[in-house]
Design a protein around this ligand. Structure first.
Ligand code: AMP
Length: 392
């Protein structure tokens, strides 16, 4: 009988789900508006909308949302049951360099990491708790955004702080690993030579980071201890002099919670432009502040690209992915403008029409646009763990 795997990505206001029969997507969708006006939308494997309806307010929690989803899945599965549920978990801490089966101990340990990823981890765990209740017979797995980076070199793992802080886990973890893993596997399957080279992947979405990769292994990431560091994002500040935090606390008298809100929810593209966190809105705006926010976003990407080329000792391939990386020809063009010194150039027509390979003819560096698929990474890992459980 084909394995049935449900992949869940539980956020603060939504649960995104994909149902697989073996490796085939059977349906996907989301329950949005959690905590407000919940809504279930569901698409078939051919991306046609099958359901789009409001849920009751009682279904607006993670547990309520999964209760609402159960009868829909039951009808779809026609007598089969969900064998495993794979969860996206943003932070795996020092311990987890690979996906794991979720036990009570694992759950409790992941809970202690909530302060390190306050935008994501509590909601990821709420989704897990609800799923363990809704699918008590299913194997439950946690797949971590940090795991891909756990073996990166020590110099990229540490801050220059007193050593005991490193020992207790104040480290540069890096995130978006499920996306980077998908891209690496895709390259391995489609172009082994590219996979084994020096690659920088720019995952540019509402959350944004870049990763330097050699031979499929993470060498360094722009994100650090939390998913706040590195590139500016929709609402997150990205790289910041820690002196600014001290100034906000000491001179402005802000509380830790107020600073956290400022850095996580009111900075980045939203804070800089004062208009929106959404890149599409900014690229369509004629307001000079929108243009300045875009300029800063692009500046940081270019700066990190140069730094990563230096750390890798050269560069063979740049991959753009994520909502902005996949869809914005403008941002790709601005990032790749005047990069002749690096041997990087794109073909403007290919960039506009978005073929996979947008490299210019004269470019020494390959420039690719590859849609990411974090759910597929979670499905694959969950299928592997399910097979191990079944074999025992
Ligand atoms: P993600 O978090 O990966 O879903 O990416 C969301 C971001 O991608 C948002 O800032 C969107 O505005 C942006 N985005 C999606 N499509 C486009 C587009 N055609 N042009 C510019 N930005 C886009």
């Amino acid at each position: 009988m084909a394995q049935v795997i449900l992949v869940l990505n539980s956020g603060s206001s939504s649960i995104k789900f994909t149902l697989y029969s073996e490796s085939n997507v059977q349906l996907s969708g989301q329950i949005s508006g959690l905590g407000a006006v919940p809504r279930l939308s569901l698409k078939s494997e051919t991306n046609e909308t099958r359901i789009d309806r409001a849920l009751s307010s009682g279904e607006g929690t993670h547990a309520g949302a999964l209760r609402a989803l159960l009868p829909v899945l039951e009808q779809e599965l026609a007598g089969r049951s969900v064998d495993a549920v794979g969860h996206r978990v943003v932070h795996g801490g020092v311990e987890h360099a690979a996906p794991v089966l979720i036990s009570d101990d694992v759950f409790d340990a992941l809970k202690t990491l909530e302060p390190l990823a306050p935008l994501h981890q509590p909601h990821n765990l709420a989704g897990i708790a609800a799923s363990r209740e809704a699918f008590p017979e299913a194997v439950q797995t946690a797949c971590f955004d940090t795991a891909f980076h756990r073996n990166h070199p020590w110099v990229n793992d540490t801050f220059a702080l007193p050593r005991p802080l490193y020992d207790e886990g104040v480290r540069r973890y890096g995130f978006h690993g499920l996306s980077y893993e998908y891209i690496c596997r895709y390259l391995q399957q489609t172009s082994p030579e590219t996979y084994s080279g020096k690659v920088v992947v720019a995952h540019l979405g509402n959350g944004a980071s870049m990763c330097a990769i050699r031979n499929g292994q993470s060498i360094g990431s722009t994100m650090g201890f939390t998913a706040l560091d590195g590139l500016p994002m929709g609402t997150r500040c990205g790289q910041l002099d820690p002196g600014v935090v001290l100034y906000l606390l000491a001179t402005k008298g802000m509380s830790a919670d107020e600073v956290s809100d400022l850095l996580y929810k009111n900075s980045g593209l939203k804070g800089l432009s004062g208009i929106s966190q959404d890149m599409r809105t900014l690229t369509e705006s004629s307001d000079p502040k929108a243009a300045e926010a875009i300029d800063y976003f692009v500046f940081r990407i270019r700066r990190e690209l140069g730094a990563m080329a230096a750390v890798l000792g050269g560069l063979d391939t740049v991959v753009f992915t994520g909502g902005i990386g996949e869809n914005s020809a403008l941002i790709r063009q601005k990032v790749c403008d005047d990069q002749d010194w690096l041997g990087l150039a794109i073909d403007e027509a290919k960039n506009r029409t978005r073929t996979e390979d947008i490299s210019g003819v004269e470019s020494r560096i390959k420039v690719l646009v590859i849609p990411t698929n974090e759910e597929e990474t979670i499905r694959r890992h969950t299928a592997e763990l399910l097979s191990e459980v079944s074999a025992n």
